[in-house]
Write a protein that binds this ligand. Sequence first.
Ligand SMILES: Cc1cc2nc3c(=O)[nH]c(=O)nc-3n(C[C@H](O)[C@H](O)[C@H](O)COP(=O)(O)OP(=O)(O)OC[C@H]3O[C@@H](n4cnc5c(N)ncnc54)[C@H](O)[C@@H]3O)c2cc1C
Length: 357
Amino acid sequence: MTAGSTAAPDPISVGAEVGPRVAVVGGGIIGLAIAAELLDRGADVTVYDPAPAGTDGAWHVAAGMLAPGGESAFEYPHLTRLLEASGELWPSFAARLGDVGYDEAGTLSVALTADDVADCAREWKHQKLARLSGSQLRDLEPALSPRVRAGVFAPTEIQVDPRKVVAALRAFLEGRIRSRSISDLSELEAEVTVVAAGCGTATLTGLPIRPVKGQVLRLRGEPGLLRHVIDGAADGRHVYLVPRADGEVVVGATQEERADRQLTAGGVHDLLRAALDLVPGLAEHEITEWTVGHRPGSPDNAPLLGFLDDSHRTVVAAGHHRNGILLAPITARLIADLVLTGSADPLLEAFAPGRFG
Ligand SMILES: Cc1cc2nc3c(=O)[nH]c(=O)nc-3n(C[C@H](O)[C@H](O)[C@H](O)COP(=O)(O)OP(=O)(O)OC[C@H]3O[C@@H](n4cnc5c(N)ncnc54)[C@H](O)[C@@H]3O)c2cc1C
């Protein structure tokens, strides 16, 4: 049966000898994570993406912060619960994938000026984290500028390298990813179709997903300048610095309600200015890469997860906005459950794709 059917489906047996035929549209981090989970649980999965070995998705640009508290502290309590649930799955998800740069050193959230401290204080209070002085912060991270005034240590805000995650998922799914851009879901001969095409989901389903542009730089220098992720405010400019073990430092990111792919002078200036104000030693690093990506945003900036319509043959997993890397493991688990059993986990209730009317 294909998308558009109105007949209620039978639940698909997880233990069936030959699992259900599932098409996953989109080979970004969400589509691949879902496909890997389905394959693991016996489904006959095919992923469709125009560039199965390419770098088109938001995952290629993303820094890979796994920040259940920081990024969503004031948004949406249901989303916070989903982020936390996914954070709990990350250690075993990463362990199954091998070396994906999963690093639990944690995040220092820091502020440069008195205004920056006032700006950050609300979030720090919400997270119930103990305030640290500038010198306490420099004891933990000596490369921080002497001008940094205050901050907090967030031990649960950690990081992974999304490019390594996607490479590992692609390897796991070898032979099951087809090079094809889907324009009509009814073309696919599958029992269930999962639409996980990031920003491309809007055209395929009519759902309200919009691109939210982000500019990101990658620097490289001697490994070890920074140990923690730094999430900082400097003279009203916000930046995060994500240090990898090999000396790369990801500097991100702008957040713009735009669909273009231009790297702008203003965007780069603001990122570098804030980065160097907080960590002057980065001035010696080489700029190795600049990228522009688009977060798939929804009207409430929470993801759309669930059946597209009453036919129960098309499932949507999109709109993960700023948290798609963090949310990959929980999305994979909940969507695989939905595909294989036909019934939705209560956690999914708040994320119904049809909630915007
Ligand atoms: C600047 C920036 C920084 C970010 N930082 C973080 C972070 O630190 N932590 C975090 O958790 N998240 C972060 N994110 C968000 C995260 O990258 C996204 O939420 C996540 O990548 C969404 O995954 P996705 O698979 O839905 O979409 P994508 O990763 O964009 O992948 C979508 C895939 O669908 C394919 N596709 C599109 N249309 C079609 C079609 N018609 N047919 C077939 N395939 C199609 C595309 O080719 C692509 O491969 C960041 C994003 C940006 C842009």
